[in-house]
Design a protein around this ligand. Structure first.
Ligand SMILES: Nc1ncnc2c1ncn2[C@@H]1O[C@H](COP(=O)(O)OP(=O)(O)OP(=O)(O)O)[C@@H](O)[C@H]1O
Ligand SMILES: [Mg+2]
Length: 484
């Protein structure tokens, strides 16, 4: 449950907040003055403070200044009436998370509160990168035992001790943000703010102003001065996600901040100095963008000093089992239930899948399975269809290693491509006998698809049930897979 503290001396604002945030996930506490708010905070430990600027007693800005001495990270949203946005700017300089204009728009208020709570969680939760499988505490961890992940952990450790810039690369869902948060939560800056900005989610022409702020009149629509994330996050850590999606002009400014710690607001000419640690991530190959001059080479080298390359899940199949157990335990803990079990068939399907969405996709598959499963164990029928469709099972020997009948998994439904791939494999592996290998795989997949129903599997394969039985025997396919 998230604790929200509202500091406002107006009874009707308190009343509307009670109505708007009447939810079991949110516990709302109210204080009618800055003094009272400051008194409550150490004991209440709220996740978010929403505070009016104009109040009797000490005003909102002074309260914020004192609050920052108590807690540098607690997100605070300031509220102000129209016409006093200048004060709101002051509040941002003092490290407010955002500000709202009164009278406020309820959906917007909810959105800002939701975002701030998310940012608060990101700052609070320590992401562990130590092996945590034996531990009882499944808080938030990076799971992985394969060599590539061990190297990732070493780099996180090294980076935590320094203030160096880091570039995290990898496909979508491989854990880039998780790694950025682990670096932050183990660094000397863990007591300061952490702000994540997804450069791809912000329109190109607004990103520069989002990051660096702008002066009034800097461009059409810039009716007020605005404080950017770099200024707001002074002494903290900024996570620039999808950094490949930045214009060259913004890249130039980023390079300058990295080199000298200074920048100017858009439309401004006064240099502003900040001390911010930058962690960047991208799922695009930046080298290619450098080659086509879409990404500045000097910025690339500046970022690439320490590079953490996240391996795709399909390249670390041995970790699938660990991740599955981790998610089963994590979700069970969330629901206050005991973890469900998983059959070997399901695990084989999970290990054989090519995971285009990587760990995030696996996490979603596990969540879905827990919702649809009827018993105590997750079955193949609880998995989404893409996992049980043969063409999505990637070529893999890892999941069959140790099996003398080891065969290649088929990657593509297109027969010609498939045949080419098989012959390529056959040239690499003299043990591979193409036709029996294909036949065996077809039988296994038909049985998986039909959940072991031999009549249906035979029909799917276009052979008789007797022939199917012979194949099952010949290839030593496990009985569990071939129930009647
Ligand atoms: N090694 C891991 N152990 C446990 N959970 C993981 C691991 N890697 C990723 N996750 C989980 O998978 C999800 C996706 O991770 P994250 O958001 O860090 O990926 P990303 O690389 O930033 O993806 P995108 O490029 O799409 O933004 C998150 O819920 C994260 O907690
Ligand atoms: Mg991400």
């Amino acid at each position: 449950m998230d604790k929200l503290l509202l500091i406002d001396d107006e009874a009707d604002v308190q009343y509307s907040f009670r109505r708007i945030f009447d939810s079991p996930e949110i516990e709302l506490t109210t204080a009618t003055s800055g003094e009272e708010g400051l008194r409550i905070i150490p004991k209440l430990k709220p996740n978010l403070v929403i505070m009016d600027i104009r109040m009797g007693g000490i005003n909102g800005l002074e309260t914020l200044r004192r609050l920052r001495q108590l807690d540098a990270k607690l997100p605070v949203i300031m509220m102000t009436a129209y016409g006093t946005t200048q004060t709101a700017i002051e509040a941002m300089k003092l490290g407010a998370y955002d500000y709202l204009l009164k009278p406020f728009d309820v959906p917007k208020l909810k959105q800002i509160v939701f975002d701030a709570l998310k940012a608060a969680r990101a700052m609070k939760q320590v992401v562990s990168y130590q092996p945590l499988l034996e531990s009882e505490d499944y808080d938030l961890g990076i799971v992985g035992r394969c060599e590539q992940m061990q190297n990732v952990f070493k780099l996180i450790g090294q980076l935590s001790a320094s203030d160096a810039t880091a570039l995290i690369t990898g496909e979508s869902g491989t854990g880039k943000e998780l790694v950025a948060r682990a670096i932050y939560s183990h660094s000397q800056r863990a007591g300061q703010a952490f702000l994540a900005i997804n450069c791809a989610a912000i329109p190109e022409n607004l990103l520069e102003s989002e990051l660096f702020g702008h002066e009034r009149g800097a461009f059409t629509g810039a009716t007020n001065q605005r404080i950017g994330k770099f200024e707001q996050c002074n002494h903290g850590t900024i996570f620039l996600d999808e950094i490949g999606d930045m214009t060259l002009a913004t890249q130039t400014k980023i390079l300058r901040v990295l080199q000298s710690g200074t920048f100017e607001r858009v439309g401004g000419n006064q240099p502003i100095k900040v001390d911010v640690r930058v962690i960047a991530a991208t799922n695009k190959p930046l080298e290619a963008a450098v080659a086509t001059k879409e990404f500045r080479e000097d910025l690339f080298y500046r970022l690439n000093v320490v590079r953490i390359a996240m391996p795709p899940l399909r390249d670390r199949r041995e970790d699938v089992r660990l991740l599955v157990n981790y998610f089963l335990k994590k979700f069970a803990q969330e629901q206050g239930q005991s973890p469900k079990s998983i059959s070997q068939d399901v695990l084989s399907l999970l290990e054989g899948y090519h995971w285009p969405g990587n760990v995030r996709e696996l996490e979603n598959v596990m969540r879905r399975a827990l919702v649809v499963t009827k018993g105590d164990a997750i079955l193949p029928s609880d998995l989404p269809p893409e996992l049980t469709t043969p063409r999505n099972q990637a070529a893999s020997t890892a999941s069959h290693s140790g099996d003398s009948n080891s065969v290649a998994r088929l990657e593509n439904a297109d027969v010609a491509t498939l045949a080419k791939a098989l012959f390529h494999r056959a040239r690499l592996d003299s043990k591979l006998k193409v036709i029996p290998a294909v036949e065996r795989e077809l039988v296994i997949q038909a049985l998986i698809e039909t959940q072991g129903n031999q009549v249906q599997a035979a029909k799917l394969l276009g052979i008789t049930r007797a022939t199917l039985r012979k194949r099952v025997e010949k290839f030593g396919i496990r009985q569990g897979l071939a129930i009647q």
